[in-house]
Design a binder for this molecule. Structure first.
Ligand SMILES: [Zn+2]
Ligand SMILES: [Zn+2]
Length: 431
């Protein structure tokens, strides 16, 4: 009796396993087919073009947020708003644990679009040049897929439409809202020009650098450029500062630990014959570990103040503020890496799932990863039809809308599969 009972249990467990993986493969195909249906694709293209035509900067995404909520209303998806000023958090599924989150950023950049096409930005000096219009669309596409198949969900998918990724740290404010507690994992996709359409790129562990900004005012004493002995020249002092800052990475940093210090801003003077009172410089610094990052921060301040004083100038240095917080490094959860590769392989084909080396770019997705396991990846969108594609943040950046079904289906399959697997392995807390 005892043996036959255990035999029965083992038999059930072994029968369940192939069924689960078969179910996931079937799900991924079902979701991708759904996303590629002409009416779904056309809807996504329309959504993306509307957002592209009306770009809004960080924490000002009021119309974008309203448009997202209208689409969620049409889909019958409940949400919380406002979160972090303009953010929207939607919920699909049972409303019960487990919870898994998908994230899209909503903000545009302060730059003029140079691409001439029918749906060019209607707002002078603002442009979706980082593909966040596509990210919102892919997440709404995933929402449509998941809502249509919500009877298959073994828990709740949380849709995070966040503001202000471009330097504003919108993710931090979403985290600080406390609405993401008890979520087991979070995923995000970023479009990637120059890589083949429908291929994904990521790695386990440290993927993108932590980043911060600095700005310094170096003050001397202005005067006539022909009588320098009566002035204290801040331009000369600032020039030495810029050169000395380069020595931090070459002489202080461990050569095996990638770091960057770049001075990207240098403002001072306005006439050929006047030594100005002050010069303002600014830039960014990057590192993968907190220790290296804080060492850079301390040395930058030390070098600026020290070099300025060598040249009899004063210097004041400010670092990232509440409006522009330090971004931690984006560290992809090791446990989610295999999961992501398996699911992405199912959706896109195993040959389309690629490893890539870390980048010194940064992402505020890292704030989510500080409170839960998170996984960030890039999705390629180059179909070879448009010559050399412009990079992210280029005024000539073009998003290939054919990427939208792949991103939507991948998002949806990641979430649904995660819930499936999670429900089978653990007991979950209430949100
Ligand atoms: Zn960007
Ligand atoms: Zn971006």
């Amino acid at each position: 009796m005892r043996i036959s009972k255990w035999f029965f249990v083992i038999l059930i467990v072994s029968l369940l396993k192939p069924q689960i993986s078969y179910g996931v493969s079937e799900l991924s195909q079902k979701f991708l087919d759904f996303a590629k249906k002409s009416e779904v694709f056309d809807w996504m293209v329309g959504v993306r073009r509307k957002i592209h035509e009306n770009p809004e900067l960080g924490y000002q995404e009021f119309e974008t947020s309203k448009f997202i909520r209208e689409e969620l209303d049409k889909l019958g998806i409940s949400y919380k708003h406002p979160v972090a000023v303009t953010g929207v958090i939607g919920f699909i599924g049972s409303g019960e644990p487990p919870f898994v989150a998908l994230r899209a950023d909503m903000d545009a950049l302060s730059m003029q679009e140079m691409v001439e096409w029918e749906h060019k930005s209607k707002v002078a000096g603002k442009m979706h040049a980082c593909g966040h219009d596509g990210h919102v669309t892919m997440l709404l596409g995933a929402a449509k897929i998941l809502k249509t198949h919500s009877h298959l969900l073994k828990g709740t998918v949380v849709l995070v439409f966040q503001p202000a990724e471009e330097g504003g740290g919108g993710a931090k404010q979403v985290v600080d809202s406390g609405l993401l507690e008890n979520i087991k994992a979070i995923f995000a996709l970023h479009v990637y020009p120059g890589q083949p359409l429908g291929q994904v790129y990521s790695k386990s562990g440290a993927f993108l650098a932590g980043s911060g900004f600095f700005e310094a005012v170096i003050t001397g004493k202005g005067g006539h450029a022909a009588i320098p002995q009566h002035s204290i020249d801040p331009i000369l002092a600032a020039s030495h500062v810029v050169v000395s800052l380069q020595h931090i990475v070459s002489r202080i940093a461990d050569p095996l630990d990638s770091q960057v210090v770049t001075v990207a801003k240098f403002h001072g003077g306005g006439a050929f014959n006047v030594i100005p009172d002050s010069v303002t410089i600014g830039g960014t610094f990057r590192a993968f570990s907190k220790e290296s990052f804080m060492q850079l921060r301390d040395r930058i301040e030390e070098v600026i103040v020290g070099q300025a004083s060598v040249h009899r100038c004063n210097a004041s240095v400010v670092f990232s503020t509440k409006d522009k917080p330090f971004f931690p490094a984006t560290i992809n959860d090791e446990g989610l890496h295999k999961f992501f590769q398996d699911v992405a392989g199912d959706v896109l084909g195993v040959d389309n799932v690629k490893e890539m080396p870390p980048l010194m770019g940064s992402e505020d997705f890292s704030f989510y990863q500080e409170i839960m396991p998170g996984y960030f990846s890039f999705i390629g969108m180059d179909d070879g039809k448009n010559g050399t594609p412009a990079s992210l943040h280029s005024p000539f950046f073009k998003l290939n809308e054919d990427v939208l079904p792949y991103g939507a289906a991948l998002h949806a399959t990641l979430a649904a599969t995660y819930l499936h697997q999670s429900q089978l392995t653990e007991h979950h807390d209430e949100l």
